[in-house]
Structure formats: C-alpha cells, structure tokens
Write a protein that binds this ligand. Structure first.
Ligand code: NOJ
Ligand code: CA
Length: 690
C-alpha cells in the first residue's frame, strides 16, 4: 500500500469516482480487461497526482505532476478539477510494415480538465490512456488568455516506484545512446561513472539519470519499461534517479538556453509511457507505444519497402578503404559499387548503401566540418547516375548516405535540394548520420531543436518519397506509425563498435537490446558478420558472438532494413549465407517464445504475405539448452526446417565460427531442442512441404 495515501483496492468498476480517506476527489480509470488501474487526483495542496496498480499491486505509488516555467509561477498546486470525461476506444489497424500486420488498439481514457483556483487561472488537461499492457499519460494545454506560450524550465513528472527494482539501464546521455547497458538495482544506478567514453564523438551526461526506454523487474515478478510516445516539438525525457524517494523524476534534455522547451499553445506533451508485463517477452509483443501515435499521414505507401541491404561500409570500418577520395583506397567508386550490386542481385538482397559517395569527407573530423558536406556532389570517381541505373537494372535499390558531421545548420540549408536530388535520381532511401557535437553550438542530439530537425528531415523525405534510417539520432517514440517512411534508427551501440572501440559489445549485448532500446522501435544494428575475428584487418578487435548468433539476430532484433554487414568476399561460397539469402524482413506475426532480459531470447516470425516462418534464439555468455515448442506453426502441414546452429565446440571467443546446418521435418506440436553455445544462437527457416 502507498505510504503517502491509502487507496481503496476494492474491485473498482470502470471510471468510478471514489472518495478514499485522506484524499479529496479521485478519478479512476481501468484498462479494458481491468488489468491496470490509474487513480488521478489532487493532493492536499491542490497539485495533480496519480497512482497506478496492476491487479492489486502498486506499480507507481502516488506521484506528482507539474512544470517549472520561466518567469512564471510553476504549474503545481492550487488546482481544481473543472471537468472529467471518459471514453473507450477500440480498433484493429493495419501496419504499412512491422512485426505484425494487424495491431489491436483498445484503451479506456480519462481526461481531467484542471484550472488554477486563483489568477492567472491557467488551465491544462491530463489525459490517461489505460491498456491491458500498460498506460500512457500526457499534459494538454489548450489556448487560453493568460498563457500564450509555454517556456519550460523543467517538466516535473514523478514516477514513484514500489520497491528498489532491478534495472537495465544506460546513462542519461543528452547526445548519444551508444552505451552498453548496465544491470543494477535502482538505488545503485551511477550514470556519472559512464561519462567520457573515448570512442564517443559526442557525449554529455549531466545528471545521475537514464535514457529511456529503461526496463525494470520488481521483486514480485512484474516487468516495467518506461519510455515516451509521440515526441514532437519537445525535448526528450531522461529519468533522474531520486534514491531518497525511490522515484524517477523527469529531466528534459536542455540546450543553450536556460529553458528546455518553448512552444506556442495549444500544445500537448509526448505521452509518458509505462509498459507492464508478467513476462519479459510480453514487453516485446506490446504495441502500446505505436498505439499512442496517430495513423499514417502518408497516403500512398507503395514506395515504402522493408529490405535487406549490403553496403560499402564495413570495409571502411575495418580500415581497408576510406570514405574520402584523398586516401589511396576510396571505397565508393563506380566499379566497387557495381561489384556490390552484382553480389546483392545474385543473393536476394534488395539494397546497396554507399557511404563516402559525396564530397566533404576529407574535412569531417576537422575545423571545417561545419560546411564540408555537399549532398548533391558525388566524388569524381563515383558516377552516381550510372550506379543507380545499374542497380535498377539488377533489382538493387541505391541507399544514399547523408553524413552531416552534426552540422545541422549546413544540412538544413541543403535539405530541400538534397532530397530533390534523390527524387530526381529515383532513389528512395537514405541513411543519415550525426557524428560530433551539434552545430549550432550548445544544442544536444536529443533536445527540442534536434527533435524538430529530425522530424523536418522525415517529412521532407516523405515529400520526396524517401525512406529514412538515421544514425546518432533521437530515439523512436512510435512515430513510424504516423511517418512510416522513418524506417529505422541506430540509437544503440551497433556492431560497428566491434571494429574500432576499446571495449567491444559484450556477449549479453544482443540479448539486452530487444528488451531495452528495441522496445522503442526498429534499430539498425547491422548484423551478419561471418569473419568474426578479422585479424587480418584489426587484430585487437573482434565480434563477440558465434556465427549462428549473427544469423539469429536477423530474427531476434527487429529492423525493417537489415544489413548483411560483412564483405561479399566473406560470404562467398559460405553455406551459412543461405540463411541471410532466405530470411524475411517484414512480418505478419511475431511471437516471443521465451526470454529473460540480458540472458536469452527466442522469437518466431511469419513472413508478411508468405507461408514461411523464421526463428531466432540467442544467449549471453552462458550456454543454454532450450526446448522450443513449435506451437506457432499452422496445423495440418509438415514443414521442412533448416537449422543453423552452433557447433558442439562453438564459443563466442574461443571458436566463434563453428556451426552446423541440419535439416528436419517438423510439425505443429513438435519440440525443437536447441543447444546454444556460450555467446551463441540458432537460426531456423521453416517452409511447408507440398
Ligand atoms: C557512424 C555511423 O553509425 C556509421 O554507420 C557510419 O558509417 C559512420 N558514422 C560514418 O558516417
Ligand atoms: Ca553510430
């Protein structure tokens, strides 16, 4: 029970208005299946507060809501409730692409209209949407006389926890999400100790806070994940650790000004979201964050296509070739691009990313990075028109690259021209990049200014029919429902770190990502490395997984743009490459079969519009025997299963390339016994026998 207030834990009907002891009025809303309950009320000082339960368990204890504003009294106490409204909503909507074709969106909503009892009588609404798998709430500010705009010093949303939960967290970095995840109790979080990683070109961790999504497990076995949905024209939220009160407190990402956010009214904040589940895997199946976003604003979506791609990319990360033309080995030549196109075309890969195709790379680490990049001028040895034409002839789409070196001023100036250029070339995909500190100075990658910039890029791209995959960008908050051309975001520590970082991704990394940043949306991890030690290029670095785990990652870590990241010569004549040829990237259904955060995970997915199933299973540094019930397969058919599994002596460090391919006939109801090596995995392709 709450230490702050006693709330009635009787079975509460939908939308009952109750008057518990020690409280003034309280409004209650329950999820459609009566799983999750929110009480919203004013405390004795007239400040808005809320309390969340799942069944009879407190998930969020009484927590306060409000804002600190510039040159104004904070929005805090002295409020009264003017109006309370409820509504129920139910729909089944179809995704343009995604982990499932259909998404059920069923919620009950409570809206409270609040007003200050005394002048200036500022008004706002609190909206709580309750789902069986969690909730979202937001603040809405209607137009009003006393308030034209909101200049927010801080959002003061509290999330008071019911215990010192186990947390999977990364530091609250205002610039970058490329951190390894940590596992500690809430009271042991120490984000400050994660400052100044030498391989991060931009990093700023001002508080003992975490980035969202942050995932937690309570001692009584509930899984919680905190994030936000529909982040527009606002700063990203980090969650500060308040150990004394055992609560998260929102801290918005700032910029060069004293305030964090400035907006004209009417305005609504992003949703503050809490996913709640009994199994860790249920967090991955939840569509809460997508559902809290608006339907697609793009009417014709036939040009938006998930795909596999190769890239003139890993060769630069290994140091074999260069992005710039000044070096002896420029990667992005017409000839090299054609070589990759031939390879992609022969191997069921639909895209080719080319980095280093445009001028400016000689200066991108230096003082001239503010103006160096030109997004419409290819290097002299790269005939872009010919490469795009050749790709079209061979059925391989060109994926352009816009590295901005974080000179947003420069990129914004060229944005329209750059996207007109792509449209004219008939190019429908771009990868963007923001390495370095933001120009103009003082801004951070996750502040309001950049949130607006990333949105401007997504919308400009949509206008010119271009899909976006952004690196070093703001995290996803489900806006891919509204802007389905925004396919993927790196927003985590990708496989590229293995090529050059002083510390490589630990074996548990890939088992951590789906339960943390993966909950925000699709990532661009760039799996598929077969030459895992690459001693010929970088003897101190390596990829810390087995080969079979690289394959399994195509299924376990969702992304609609999946790279086959290794060099064509490392795939050539390699029997295991058949899985990458076969694997799908767009799905009708996805089922999490088992999983624990940072330990192991098994997912089965059905390809969109085809009778083909894929399964991926991965583990951390511990070996595992997993018995997988093949209940997901449709009844009445026998399926040919091709298994790519760790060899008996496989080990992520000692013997990563040991693998075995097996074929089996299976049917619904059978059990598949999988043996995963330390740091290993298994990938399975199922197709029906005639
Ligand atoms: C960092 C990106 O994550 C990586 O994929 C890219 O190759 C480099 N920046 C260069 O733009
Ligand atoms: Ca990166």
């Amino acid at each position: 029970m709450s230490p702050r207030f006693a709330l009635p834990l009787l079975a509460l009907g939908l939308f009952t208005q109750c008057k518990p002891s020690k409280m003034a009025d309280s409004w209650t809303v329950q999820s459609p299946g009566q799983v999750v309950t929110a009480h919203v009320f004013l405390d004795s000082a007239g400040q808005a507060a809320y309390h969340i339960l799942r069944g009879d368990k407190t998930v969020i204890d009484t927590s306060l809501l409000g804002f600190s504003l510039l040159d104004q009294a904070p929005i805090a106490g002295g409020l009264e409730v003017k109006k309370a409204e409820n509504r129920s909503f139910t729909e089944n909507w179809e995704t343009v692409w995604g982990q499932s074709k259909m998404v059920a969106n069923n919620f009950n909503e409570l809206m409270l209209e609040l007003e200050e009892k005394e002048a200036p009588n500022r008004r706002f609404r609190l909206v709580f949407r309750l789902y069986d798998d969690g909730l979202g709430f937001r603040y809405e500010f209607p137009e009003q006389e006393a308030l034209n705009e909101l200049v927010i010093l801080e959002e003061n949303t509290e999330f008071r926890l019911a215990g010192d939960h186990l947390c999977w967290w990364q530091p609250g970095d205002w610039d970058i999400y490329e951190h390894v995840y940590n596992t500690t109790r809430f009271s042991e979080i120490d984000a400050i100790s994660k400052r100044d990683h030498p391989n991060l070109a931009q990093t700023y961790i001002p508080n003992n806070a975490v980035n969202t999504p942050v995932t937690m497990k309570t001692d009584d076995g509930l899984f919680l994940s905190f994030h936000e949905a529909a982040l527009y024209d606002y700063a990203a939220m980090t969650l500060q650790v308040d150990k004394e009160n055992l609560q998260w407190k929102s801290v918005l990402v700032g910029g060069p000004d004293t305030f964090k956010v400035k907006v004209k009214l009417p305005f609504q904040t992003p949703w503050r979201t809490i996913q709640i589940a009994e199994q860790a895997g249920d967090l991955l199946e939840s569509n809460l964050i997508l559902n809290l976003n608006e339907p697609s604003k793009i009417k014709e979506t036939d040009w938006i296509k998930p795909m596999k791609y190769v890239g003139i990319w890993w060769e630069m990360h290994l140091g074999m070739s260069s992005w710039d033309m000044a070096g002896k080995n420029h990667g992005a030549t017409t000839q090299n691009a054609k070589r990759y196109i031939d390879f992609a075309s022969a191997n069921n890969i639909q895209g080719l990313l080319v980095e280093g195709w445009n001028t400016g790379w000689e200066y991108w680490w230096g003082a001239a990075r503010d103006t160096c990049f030109d997004f419409v001028t290819p290097y002299a040895d790269f005939d872009i028109e010919e490469v795009v034409r050749y790709g079209k002839e061979k059925g391989v789409a060109f994926i352009a690259h816009h590295e901005t070196a974080s000179s947003v001023t420069q990129y914004d100036k060229q944005l329209d021209t750059a996207f007109q250029y792509l449209e004219k070339l008939g190019v429908h995909a771009v990868k963007t990049g923001y390495v370095g500190t933001i120009i103009p100075k003082g801004h951070y990658h996750q502040g309001q200014f950049m949130v607006n910039h990333f949105q401007r890029v997504a919308e400009t791209a949509a206008k010119h029919k271009v899909m976006v995959d952004s690196h070093e960008s703001i995290k996803d908050t489900g806006i891919r429902r509204t802007w389905p051309n925004y396919m993927a975001r790196e927003t985590m520590r990708g496989q590229e770190f293995e090529a050059w970082s002083i510390d490589m991704n630990p074996p548990e990394h890939l088992v951590m990502l789906p339960f943390t940043m993966g909950l925000a949306g699709p990532v661009d991890y760039t799996p598929g490395i077969f030459n895992l030690k690459f001693d010929a290029y970088k003897d101190k670095n390596q990829v810390n997984t087995t080969l079979a785990k690289q394959l399994a990652t195509y299924v376990t870590l969702y992304g609609p743009l999946q790279m086959a990241a290794d060099l064509p010569e490392h795939y050539k004549d390699h029997p295991a490459f058949q899985f990458i040829r076969d694997v799908a990237v767009d799905w009708d259904e996805s089922h999490v079969l088992n999983g624990e955060v940072g330990d192991y995970l098994t997912i089965a997915r059905k390809e969109r519009g085809a009778e083909r199933w894929f399964l991926g299973s991965i583990t951390d540094e511990n070996p595992r025997d997993l018995n997988i019930a093949l209940d997901f397969l449709p009844e009445g058919k026998t399926w040919e299963a091709t298994l790519y599994i760790d060899g008996p002596d496989a080990h992520w460090d000692k013997n990563p390339t040991s693998y075995v391919i097996e074929n089996k006939q299976v049917k619904k109801g059978d059990t598949l016994a999988l043996k995963l090596a330390p740091g290993g995995g298994a990938a399975v392709y199922f197709r029906p026998l005639e």
